[in-house]
Design a protein around this ligand. Structure first.
Ligand code: C2O
Ligand code: CU
Length: 509
């Protein structure tokens, strides 16, 4: 039975950042009065913590007899990395960007020995994986951060196949080079394609003048969020109709595809006519990418690792943290796979090369791609096999997104992040989250430890763990509370998240 939820279901007008700043006090007061979703979380004593027996019990149910164990080493290091003609001093996994992919099969036990050779504490978060809560990598909430010079062994079963990735959950570290793909194969994988290509899109500024830490500090001291790399103190200039307003708070000098600037792209060789499965990841800090291969339509097959009704698209919009799998047929001549930095003017590219033909001009290709419609994945239905059985929610939690307030504070339900606050859920419940965006900027909202089902325009949308919420929009998602613990939900704009736009989905006894 749905709980009573007295808050208003209609959004007011979208406030500009400036007006919002003035009205911030009133809105947060209203949010506090709004009811259960803003009430202080359950007292800590009744929370189901990461080290509780329920967490261990759920992990046991995931471990089948004969489970394979995969051991990997993940070293967080500092040092130079060549991003294609430019060498930057940065932080990375193992000295390369992106870090070395981890590849597993569904049901495997991953044992990752992480060493921290950075000057700061760090953690590793396994984005999208429904893993045991004590391995989720969130400082204060699920573990103590790994001190400089120390290490930690992460050990967990990966219960579902799909395209995932991993990154730190400390400050804006992921906006350095600390990011890598985590691919979980299904026994059925490979049936409908010839080759696989994993592509990580990223926005890059580390080692070019300012670190992500300094960018965050600058945003906080300018309050309203000056553009990171460029003019100081101005309002954000990046705009996108597709994103419904502001396209970002930070200017980046480079956009990368698999760690390379567009002037020195990686290339991928295949025979014309071969079917290529693209596993694409947006590892950016503040940039949505419009992705596509001009003249070569994609068939979208998975969102955030989960299968969808195969859907043709010329271009697809990917928010930070999102993944899209798509199959393309290798064209007869060389073409770029483009990631256009939405609303920001730059691009990332990776060359698809069926032979040794001339290298296409990326600017002309970008113009061609911009002339085609871009797909928003929230409208694509999940396949029947992964659609959650229809059920009324037992509890509905409002997630009102607001900001930035003075000092570049972004909030959920009127409050900046506090690991001791959150929204309560009980194991076994069907939970609905309503992400309502009162700001002028899009927010890719991510939930840890679960893959929710989006309410699409026509009813059933895709299964995802990260979903773009456009300005003025409310996105409703449902999930089954089957993974006890303390789980973040937050904006995957790393600067918004670290500036407060995070809260806890808190399993309680
Ligand atoms: Cu990529 Cu908290 O997440
Ligand atoms: Cu955000």
């Amino acid at each position: 039975m749905p709980s009573a939820h007295p808050w208003s279901t209609s959004m007011g007008p979208v406030l500009s950042r400036r007006r919002f700043l003035v009205g911030a006090g009133g809105l947060s007061a209203a949010a506090v009065l709004a009811g259960c979703s803003s009430s202080p979380a359950a007292p800590a004593a009744v929370r189901i913590g990461p080290d509780s027996p329920q967490v261990a019990a759920v992990e046991k149910t995931r471990q089948a007899a004969g489970q394979r164990t995969v051991d990997v080493a993940v070293d967080a290091v500092t040092g130079p990395v060549d991003i294609g003609g430019t060498t930057v001093q940065t932080w990375s996994y193992g000295g390369q960007v992106p870090g070395k992919e981890i590849r597993l099969r569904r049901g495997d036990l991953l044992r990752a020995q992480v060493t921290n050779q950075l000057p700061d504490p760090t953690t590793v978060h396994w984005h999208g994986v429904a893993l045991r809560n004590d391995m989720d990598g969130v400082p204060a909430l699920t573990q103590a951060p790994i001190a400089p010079g120390a290490g930690m062994r992460y050990e967990f079963t990966v219960p579902a196949a799909g395209t995932y990735w991993f990154h730190p959950h400390v400050g804006p570290q992921l906006d350095r080079g600390l990011q890598a793909p985590l691919i979980v194969e299904d026994p059925a994988d490979g049936a409908d394609y010839d080759q696989e290509l994993v592509v990580v899109f990223d926005d890059w500024l580390d080692g070019t003048g300012r670190t992500p830490k300094q960018v965050l500090a600058d945003l906080q001291s300018h309050g309203m969020g000056g553009m990171g790399g460029g003019g100081m103190g101005g309002m954000a200039m990046a705009r996108s109709a597709l994103l419904g307003g502001d396209a970002g708070d930070v200017t980046y000098p480079h956009y990368l595809a698999n760690g390379r600037t567009p002037t020195a792209p990686r290339s991928f060789a295949a025979q014309p006519g071969q079917r290529i499965r693209l596993r694409m990841i947006n590892a950016g800090g503040d940039t949505a990418f419009r992705v596509g291969v001009p003249g070569t339509p994609m068939t979208i097959t998975h969102t955030d690792g989960y299968p969808v009704t195969p859907t043709r698209a010329d271009a697809v919009l990917m928010g930070m943290g999102e993944r899209v799998d798509a199959v393309i047929t290798m064209p007869p001549t060389a073409v770029p796979l483009l990631g256009l930095a939405e609303g920001k003017g730059g691009l990332a590219q990776l060359l698809l090369q069926p032979g040794s033909g001339p290298i296409p001009d990326p600017t002309a290709a970008a113009t061609a791609l911009m002339g085609r419609p871009a797909m928003l994945v929230n409208a694509i239905p999940a396949t029947a096999a992964v659609t959650l059985p229809s059920r009324n929610p037992d509890v509905v939690h409002e997630m009102t997104l607001a900001g930035p307030g003075a000092g570049y504070v972004w909030t959920i339900n009127g409050q900046p992040y506090d690991p001791n606050r959150g929204v309560p859920v009980h194991e076994g419940q069907r939970v609905r989250l309503r992400y309502s965006n009162t700001t002028t900027m899009f927010h890719p909202m991510h939930l840890h430890g679960h893959t929710f089902q989006i309410h699409g325009p026509g009813g059933v949308g895709p299964r995802k763990d990260t979903t773009i919420v456009l300005p003025g929009q409310t996105v409703e998602v449902d999930f089954d509370a089957t993974n006890p613990g303390q789980w973040l939900t937050h904006c995957h704009n790393i600067y918004h998240g670290e500036a407060g736009m995070m809260t806890v989905v808190s399993y309680i006894q």
